[in-house]
Unconditional design. Structure first.
Length: 374
């Protein structure tokens, strides 16, 4: 398995050549977006452009299941959206052997799983939301995305990461990281840097159980995206329209509240996810209202109980992400890619500041969701 970001450029081009691109791969430029997989824009001699990705085998120990899901998801979207919809959905490029992925074997280098998509040209991606209109469009796109899977034929998609949004389980992993940190000087130093954050997540631990088994009685399992950040939407460059939902690795059974929660976590404020100064990590009620309106508009199938769960989703997902970043800081940054020391701790701090702001506005948030029209 290759360490993230440690790809040999020659090898990347060779791997690109194992897909049916209809022309020789002549260039591969790494995209440093996302914390998990490695992504490259590949160009070919015949002028084609593609997105080549190496699946992170540490995060996704069963890449076959990830790819089985993605084959089903992309085919289902093609059926739902029709043949003219190529810019509104991802299209996998088959490997030369006809499979929808390519596996490098130990003989050719590290054993890795690769996949390729057609590149959707003339689009932009955003790391932060800028206007309420944009928040509305992104939330509506994620809502519509879920809507398309209401009639996904059985069986349900695989759980590509079991317990992905099982927040109490995330706290258990945090406990283990905390205990393990004491066993090495480096770990102990990381623990000392995070004293305030360790205390803060402990204070909110009970909140983390709000969406777990007993309390979700009456909330249906849906097919949800599970990673609803603005950077997972491609916007049409000429019109600004939210064109295509990307990053399908964690699309699997889950609660609507997970997706809405993740939208609020990432789009109800204007702070960078890793800002060193947390002052911007405050809910902007206008952005929040746009998210609620957009999501309810897109996901017209939600039950009253699901609508009532949405604000809890925002609280739980923000807390969960704080715990996940903190755990990774204690573990030595093994899960989320970092570009500088302390980045995962900064990410955790942003989530905690946002959580405080969500809690302070709890009643307003519930009023806004309750009043949003569908
Ligand atoms: C990761 O794949 P990427 O970088 O968009 C993570 C999400 C987190 C997100 C935080 C498989 O998403 O769960 O919410 O970072 N994906 C996985 O930015 O863990
Ligand atoms: Mg993702």
């Amino acid at each position: 398995m290759t360490a993230p970001g440690q790809n040999d450029p020659e090898a990347v081009l060779r791997i690109a050549g194992r897909f049916r691109t209809g022309g020789r791969a002549t260039g591969a430029v790494e995209l440093r977006a996302g914390h998990i997989n490695d992504s490259f824009v590949v160009s070919t001699a015949s002028g084609g452009r593609f997105l080549l990705q190496r699946i992170n085998g540490y995060v996704f120990p069963n890449p076959a299941r990830v790819m089985e899901n993605i084959v089903r998801i992309t085919r289902h979207l093609e059926r739902r959206l029709g043949p003219e919809s190529a810019r509104r959905r991802l299209t996998l490029v088959p490997a030369v052997d006809g499979e929808m992925w390519f596996e490098t074997t130990a003989k050719e280098g590290p054993a890795d799983w690769w996949r390729m998509y057609e590149l959707i040209e003339d689009t932009t991606t955003e790391l932060r939301v800028s206007t309420p209109e944009q928040a509305f469009l992104a939330a509506q796109a994620f809502g519509r995305f879920e809507m398309h899977f209401v009639d996904l034929p059985a069986p349900p998609l695989h759980e590509t990461i079991p317990g992905f949004h099982d927040t109490p389980k995330r706290f258990d992993a945090f406990d283990r990281a905390l205990a393990a940190a004491n066993e090495s000087p480096v770990g102990a130093a990381r623990r000392r840097q995070a004293v305030a954050e360790i205390r803060s997540v402990a204070v909110h631990r009970d909140l983390g159980a709000r969406l777990s088994a007993a309390s979700t009685h009456g909330l249906p399992q849906r097919t949800v995206h599970n990673d609803c950040k603005i950077s997972n939407i491609l916007f049409d460059r000429p019109t600004g329209e939210a064109l295509c939902v990307v990053d399908l690795d964690t699309t699997m059974p889950g609660l609507a509240a997970y997706d809405f929660g993740d939208m609020v976590r990432s789009m109800s404020h204007r702070a960078d996810e890793d800002a060193r100064d947390t002052a911007g990590a405050r809910v902007d009620l206008e952005l929040f209202a746009a998210l609620a309106q957009g999501y309810l508009d897109g996901a017209g199938f939600l039950t009253a109980a699901e609508r009532r769960s949405l604000v809890d989703g925002a609280l739980v997902l923000t807390l969960e992400q704080a715990v996940r970043f903190l755990t990774d800081h204690l573990d030595g940054d093994v899960y989320f890619r970092v570009e500088r020391p302390g980045q995962n701790l900064d990410r955790c701090r942003v989530q905690l500041a946002l959580l405080e702001s969500l809690l302070a506005l709890d009643a307003d948030l519930r009023r806004v969701v309750g009043g949003a029209t569908t």
